[in-house]
Design a protein around this ligand. Structure first.
Ligand code: NAP
Length: 201
């Protein structure tokens, strides 16, 4: 029987996932292992308030479901999509905290460049209090000394070579008719082709 006092460690993989790719999947798996997470929840953003021309949330949700289906340690949450309105991480973390209670540790996994912007997010102090941040690092990018000092023990940087893959590059490739094979799971590529996502109008 599970000890009710046992601390659970949940990874929350927040992102636009337009589209999800192998870099995200490698990152989630690496975070799960390095930080001894019990599971990783992928949380596609509903309306990223800072972006224009993002694909419909239901398409990004389905892409994320398809990409994670074969890993029993991964699941997908609709929480940011169903809440409606612009997506703020503080609301996401409040909802997970209310659901899991105080005995669960939350780890928010995202890109280093997103983490570097936390101080511009809504209620940044509460965001940093509620979760430990795992910042996935592209090989060419790292947090500045100033950011490292500022975030102290609230952020861990995790280097992920596969993150040279980027959603922006994949969208551009599709628009230009170039190959995206091997950059993301085959089923995700097939869904993109069937739905005609990212093609030039
Ligand atoms: P983004 O600016 O599109 O992404 C920043 C960088 O991180 C990109 O290089 C991106 O690569 C990478 N990235 C994004 N999600 C990742 C993940 N889960 N693992 C590894 N790398 C990742 O950021 P975003 O996707 O819109 O937002 C990331 C998270 O921050 C979301 O959960 C979002 O809701 C949150 N956020 C909150 C606020 C706020 O509360 N005010 C503001 C901004 C973002 P790819 O392009 O290849 O994904």
């Amino acid at each position: 029987m599970t000890d009710p006092q046992e601390v659970r460690r949940i990874g929350i993989m927040g992102g636009t996932f337009d589209p999800i790719h192998n870099g995200h999947l490698v990152c989630a798996e690496e975070a799960r292992m390095q930080f001894h997470l019990d599971e990783v929840l992928f949380v596609p953003s509903g309306q990223p308030w800072h972006k224009r021309g993002v694909s419909p949330a239901e398409d990004r949700y389905l892409l994320t479901m398809i990409a994670t289906a074969s890993n029993c340690d991964f699941s997908v949450s609709r929480i940011d999509i169903d809440r409606g309105g612009p997506t703020y991480t503080v609301d996401t973390l409040r909802a997970f905290r209310a659901f899991y209670g105080k005995t669960t540790e939350l780890f928010f996994i995202t890109g280093t460049d997103a983490v570097a912007e936390i101080l511009t997010w809504k209620d940044p102090e509460e965001v940093l209090d509620e979760a430990h941040f795992i910042a996935a690092n592209r090989p060419s990018y790292s947090l500045s000394e100033e950011h490292r000092r500022l975030f102290r023990d609230r952020v861990s940087v995790m280097e992920i070579p596969a993150l040279a893959i980027s959603s922006t590059d994949i969208r551009q490739r599709v628009a230009e008719g170039r190959t995206i094979r091997y950059l993301l799971p085959r089923e995700v590529r097939e869904f993109i082709e069937q739905r005609g996502l990212y093609r030039k109008p």
